[in-house]
Ligand binder design. Structure first.
Ligand code: ZN
Length: 366
């Protein structure tokens, strides 16, 4: 039975619940220590639990906290699956579950979207040896997105500039400028540059250890913040009419949205985790079938307000001072609505998507 008490109230509690649930499920765990600390000086790590045979050729993977604070959602699901489904949900032969808990533990603990390097991890999986993509739109509006002070007069002036820009370019270009990813402002929103972040390197280490050379790998990366409240949308980024894009539809049915068909509100283009894994898990050795499971919370504008205050706090304010409390509270509410109905919806959909993925990897090539 799905249990809303699988969700935690802090990063540390989430980690404890995850390790306890892994133990109950009989999973083996690994720890990857992050070099930074949380706001209370707490230790941070990414933890991995594996259930099923070491050499299974079919692996289902879940990832929580790619965007730090969004980890409340993914962690709650992972704990719930380990505690309430576990080995009973896996076929008896040749299938393993690998659960990656808090791939961005800094962001989770600090109630931020970004990593300790200020990276949007889901824009950071670019080829860092090449020139970074240029986001012309972001250059125009960077200072209005994150102004130097949050006085009402400054905010009103910045919002007027943003509204004028949005009117000039239209909604799609506007949201692409804001959230498509940028590689020019390290303190700004959706920054993906500067080199592979610790979380990026850790996901690659996890991939080398648990996924390389496996035949069929399904990955579900848990996110929150876009779409209708409580609904989990499986978003994919495969080129259309490829074996992989046919597989995602065979696995998850008609609810899959494909960014390459313009079916999703996500404007992410470069540096997605999906592309990072796609470069190292390649056919014909490994068939990777991946989706971002994006749960809706509140509207996009309130998300932008929360980001603005968060980036202001870490660029101009004191992240340990009195002004930090309301900033973190707004971020947390935006990406983790702590209501029972939202949690129930997350668990129902999460179990459905993971069950479909496990069924899907049994069928191999399509
Ligand atoms: Zn996200």
């Amino acid at each position: 039975m799905a249990n809303i008490h699988s969700f935690a109230a802090s990063y540390s509690e989430a980690r404890d619940k995850f390790l306890a649930a892994a133990r109950v499920a009989g999973a083996t765990t690994w720890r990857y220590d992050n070099p930074t600390k949380g706001p209370k000086g707490e230790s941070l790590s990414t933890d991995v639990a594996r259930l099923g045979p070491d050499d299974a050729s079919r692996v289902v993977v879940t990832i929580s906290s790619t965007h730090g604070v969004e980890g409340y959602c993914g962690s709650g699901f992972q704990v719930d699956w380990l505690a309430s489904v576990g080995a009973a949900g896996l076929p008896p032969k040749d299938t393993a579950a690998v659960f990656v808990h808090a791939i961005n533990p800094y962001g989770f603990a600090w109630t931020r979207r970004v990593t300790e390097e200020g990276n949007d991890l889901n824009r950071n999986y670019v080829d860092h040896s090449k020139p970074y993509p240029v986001n012309e739109g972001y250059l125009e509006i960077a200072d209005f997105l994150v102004p130097a002070d949050l006085s009402q007069a400054t905010i009103d002036a910045a919002d007027a500039k943003l509204a004028a820009y949005r009117k000039k370019v239209g909604d799609v270009a506007y949201f692409r400028a804001v959230s498509g990813g940028q590689y020019s402002h390290p303190d700004g929103m959706f920054f993906g540059g500067g080199g592979p972040s610790w979380s990026n390197r850790t996901l690659h280490a996890v991939t080398d250890r648990f996924l390389k050379g496996r035949q069929d790998v399904a990955v579900i990366d848990f996110h929150t913040g876009l779409g209708p409240y409580g609904y989990g949308e499986p978003i994919t980024h495969y080129d259309i009419n490829t074996p992989a894009s046919r597989r995602v539809r065979a696995f998850w049915g008609e609810s899959v949205t494909e960014s390459k068909r313009g079916q999703t509100a996500s404007q992410a283009r470069d540096g997605l985790g999906h592309y990072g894994l796609n470069r190292v898990l390649t056919e014909p050795e490994t068939r990777l079938t991946m989706c971002t499971l994006e749960y809706g919370t509140f509207d996009r504008e309130s998300g932008q307000k929360a980001f603005r205050a968060d980036h202001w706090l870490h660029k101009y304010g004191d992240p340990l001072g009195r002004e930090a409390g309301p900033v973190r509270a707004a971020m947390r509410r935006q990406f983790y609505p702590e209501t029972d109905d939202w949690k129930e919806a997350v668990l129902f959909r999460g179990h459905q998507i993971v069950r479909q993925a496990i069924a899907g990897i049994q069928h191999g090539a399509l």
